[in-house]
Design a protein around this ligand. Sequence first.
Ligand SMILES: Nc1ncnc2c1ncn2[C@@H]1O[C@H](COP(=O)(O)OP(=O)(O)O)[C@@H](O)[C@H]1O
Ligand SMILES: [Mg+2]
Length: 218
Amino acid sequence: MIEIKNVTKTYKSGDLEFQALKGVSFTVEDGEFVAIMGPSGSGKSTLMHILGALDTPTSGTYFLDGKDVSTLTDDELADIRKEKIGFVFQSFNLLPRTTVLRNTMLPLVYAGVSEEERKSRAIKALIAAGMNESHFHHLSNQLSGGQIQRVAISRALVNDPSLILADEPTGNLDTKTGQIVLGTFQKLNKDFGRTIILITHEPDVAEHADRIILFATV
Ligand SMILES: Nc1ncnc2c1ncn2[C@@H]1O[C@H](COP(=O)(O)OP(=O)(O)O)[C@@H](O)[C@H]1O
Ligand SMILES: [Mg+2]
């Protein structure tokens, strides 16, 4: 499904250049649960943006389902994100004072899906992410950290993506809540066949995946 070859990323600001990725290569097959582990500053989030079609590499190639994503236009990248990819970020980005259900429906607004369909897909995603039905109408500011992350996972699932990218999804959670969230990813992988790439700097988080790709030190 994913083939990354000699990918580099150089950030430029004014005369300064900084190479955040120095030639990364790996493949991920359909249905795998992979962790990408490396220390802070090693380029993990930079790589996730490229994998998620939010950004393109400076050089190298990225094939996703046989298509070279590194050469696509912004519109084409947006289509790939809409159809194939679900994101879970460390900062959850929920809309404040908005219900769990509305927050989960949100990504589908941009995809032009009808209100009724948005609702039914959001409910399905919330159930798959292990959110209790009694919380569907709670406001985002009435939730615990673990519940917020469940909404974030639901939101990543709502467009029915084949690939889920999670960047430090347990970074803001206590150990016990983190375990529950990681269990949810395992379930999504084993029971629902989603390909999952979990980015982390913590070995005991990475261990939940079936394979670990190690990023060298900076
Ligand atoms: N938009 C940007 N402009 C300039 N430098 C950046 C930008 N994003 C990240 N960097 C730099 O690239 C390096 C890798 O960052 P990042 O991908 O966020 O690493 P990680 O997620 O592993 O902590 C860091 O040194 C960071 O400061
Ligand atoms: Mg990061």
